[in-house]
Design a protein around this ligand. Structure first.
Ligand code: DLL
Length: 455
């Protein structure tokens, strides 16, 4: 049992049980929360911020952090007081592997997800039963917001493993009574067949996979007439790709943003206006900062998104630096909901998002260093081929460990591809090149050349 108050108590459980979905433009799952404004919202956020700080004291990391900032959770009284605390970064989470950031005993954790592995260990995110309930409610809000309702058939074409997109969307979609097809990834021919045969009305996948799906259907001469809604996210994409997907698939396409550390998908989502993503203001306290100075920036100013989740039980976080670049949009959205952020335009660190999977160049380096037949000089090229991200890695052979036999090249290449696949969970193209042939850098090495355009 959770020891703190249920943040959704102000919404009647009966109201939550049924989607408030009249046919028409505006539909809400939890209207009172989604449209909360002004002082009511501020009070709720303040209360939840205080609770979050108290809960965070359940971890050694935050006890030390408060101590070194010379304050206690009781000193956090207003939203502005949050700036008295330092940021939490991805590397802090890695340092706490595996359970250092859990504020509840493991016995209260009913599910674990992890981010894809990094140089060292992945980031572990635990969920209490209460967390799963809130997470699925947020997904239910998003799906309801874009007009989905009981009677819609929803095909979820993302990985159902540790990646949060699979199970995350699944439970939210079931909650509002959609007919869910957990088709996961792969076998595009079968995916197309199911959309066609089951009369699927809504799909969820990465935008790059959506384009692949559209082109495969086109090639096979199959019309996907039942489709009306496409939910795409987990990687950056552009307005022009939106246009192409809408035309090819006959859907209205919506952008969906989230990250594993903050539940997963469901953090921010476009409404039917499609002019910015609503970030759920009752569950996430948002700051935009200058990534270099850490200073807060105002609406309309581009910077790094920093989020303090306000309702997470198992793994509370304070001022979490997402690394994602965006800005706050301050307007009165006709849909009636609050706070919005712009489409994510990039990263403030060197993380690459390839086909929805997060990759740090340091991971690649780590893998290559473990293979004696290749040296430590490498280059990474990222391209978009037929709308799909492709990663090519050029790596120098080692002078001492390469026999010089041509036959040996294929073996080494296979080995590098396999080791990279095991570590990154990603298929890559590997080109072995002569020792000494790759560029050397005097200053900061620039090993990644991202040749993807906005599309
Ligand atoms: O990608 C969660 C998710 C699943 C979001 C399904 C949307 C749909 P992670 O694997 O932890 O979690 O990756 C999070 O992916 O910090 C961004 O850099 C990037 N990202 C996610 N959504 C978008 C988006 C999931 N809509 C990281 N636009 C984030 C641009 C995105 N980048």
């Amino acid at each position: 049992m959770s020891t703190w108050s249920n943040p959704f108590l102000s919404v009647s459980p009966i109201l939550c049980a049924l989607p408030k979905v009249a046919k028409g433009r505006q539909m809400f799952w939890e209207k009172p929360m989604e449209t909360l404004k002004g002082d009511d919202l501020k009070r709720l956020q303040e209360d939840r911020l205080k609770e979050t700080c108290s809960r965070a004291m359940g971890t050694g990391f935050y006890r030390d952090l408060f101590k070194s900032a010379g304050i206690s959770p009781a000193d956090i009284k207003t939203l502005d007081d949050i700036t008295r605390l330092p940021f939490t970064r991805k590397q802090d989470l890695r340092g706490g592997y595996p359970f250092g950031f859990l504020a509840v005993p493991l016995s209260s954790v009913v599910r674990i997800h992890t981010t894809s592995g990094t140089t060292g260990k992945p980031t572990v995110v635990g969920y209490t039963r209460g967390d799963l309930e809130k997470w699925s409610s947020l997904i239910a809000r998003n799906l309801t917001m874009v007009g989905l309702r009981q009677g819609d058939v929803f095909q979820n074409m993302v990985n159902y493993g540790m990646f949060t997109g699979g199970l995350g969307f699944h439970y939210g979609a079931e909650k509002i009574g959609l007919t869910v097809i957990p088709s996961a990834t792969g076998n595009t021919k079968r995916q197309i067949e199911m959309i066609h045969d089951f009369g699927v009305t809504a799909i969820h996948c990465t935008p790059s996979y959506a384009m692949h799906l559209a082109e495969s259907a086109e090639e096979a001469g199959i019309k996907l007439d039942s489709l009306k809604t496409g939910i795409f996210g987990a990687e950056p994409w552009s307005e022009s790709l939106r246009g192409e997907l809408e035309e090819k698939l006959g859907v209205t396409a919506y952008d969906s943003y989230g990250l594993s550390e903050l539940y997963g998908p469901g953090v921010a989502f476009e409404c039917q206006e499609r002019d910015g993503l609503h970030i759920w203001h009752d569950c996430y306290l948002v700051e935009i900062i200058d990534p270099v100075t850490g200073e807060q920036l105002g609406p309309g100013e581009q910077g790094e998104l920093v989020v303090t989740p306000l309702v997470k039980e198992a793994m509370p976080l304070i001022r979490y630096r997402t690394g994602d670049v965006t800005m706050l949009i301050e307007d009165d959205c006709p849909c009636g909901r609050g706070m919005k952020i712009a489409r994510i335009t990039g990263r403030s660190d060197d993380m690459l998002v390839i086909r929805g999977i997060n990759v740090f160049p340091s991971q690649i380096e780590h893998v290559l260093l473990g293979i004696p037949e290749v040296g430590n000089q490498f280059m990474v090229y990222v391209d978009r081929v037929n709308h799909l991200d492709e990663m090519t890695i050029e790596v120098e052979l080692s002078r001492t460990h390469f026999s010089g036999e041509l036959a040996d090249l294929a073996r080494i290449q296979k080995k590098v591809i396999k080791e990279l696949r095991d570590a990154l969970e990603l298929r890559t193209t590997v080109r072995l090149v002569e020792p000494g042939s790759l560029p050397r850098f005097e200053g900061k090495a620039k090993r990644v050349i991202d040749r993807r355009t906005g599309d």
